[in-house]
Design a protein around this ligand. Structure first.
Ligand SMILES: [Zn+2]
Length: 57
């Protein structure tokens, strides 16, 4: 499930229940909207290092 913090706007994904925001540590989390979820997906995709190169020699 994807959560969004109502205080600082931090978006993250957790499988279990979350009590407070990992960024600002306040307990004002809500379910992320579909737009926020796709925003997070885009961010994660951008941050992943490219591993297209082959390690063979
Ligand atoms: Zn927060």
């Amino acid at each position: 499930m994807t959560y969004a913090c109502g205080q600082c706007g931090f978006i993250f994904t957790r499988t279990g229940p979350v009590e407070c925001c990992p960024a600002c540590e306040r307990d004002c989390l809500r379910r992320a909207t579909a737009a926020e979820q796709s925003q997070l997906t885009l961010l994660l995709r951008r941050e992943q290092p490219k591993q297209t190169g082959s390690m063979k020699r």
